[in-house]
Design a protein. Structure first.
Length: 126
């Protein structure tokens, strides 16, 4: 009974500490999650097609395993491309439509970047 109560009460808090922040919206879904979904779907599809074709169990499993590995790599690449595309669109949208209270923050950040770059230029000149 004690273990059951631990699972009910403590596990949600432990999981909350390891979850990625959800404030980023779509970016909280990493490319690994996309790749995993793509790989598992291809694995299930390969097993179904192999069974419908009447192949032996060993052949079905081996081909499904190779398909899953290949589709994981493809899904990882697609996920990375999708993540970078979404991040670029979010950054551009933030520049095009700033929140009124954050205009001062953006100016401070840009001044900080300018100061950093001029400091680096002076250090290189010396």
């Amino acid at each position: 009974m004690r273990a059951f109560m631990y699972i009910l009460l403590e596990a949600p808090r432990i999981g909350a500490c390891t979850r990625p922040p959800s404030g980023n919206g779509v970016l909280a879904i990493t490319s690994r999650v996309i790749a995993t979904c793509f790989a598992l779907t291809s694995f299930a599809g390969a097993i179904l097609v192999g069974m419908m074709a009447g192949n032996p169990l060993q052949t079905i499993f081996l081909r499904a395993l190779f398909t899953m590995i290949a589709c994981y790599v493809i899904g990882l690449i697609i996920g990375m491309i999708a993540q970078s595309t979404v991040q670029r669109h979010i950054d551009q949208h933030k520049l095009d439509h700033p929140i009124p209270g954050e205009e001062m923050d953006l100016a401070a950040v840009s001044r900080g970047l300018e100061n950093k770059s001029s400091g680096q230029a002076q250090a290189e000149a010396a």
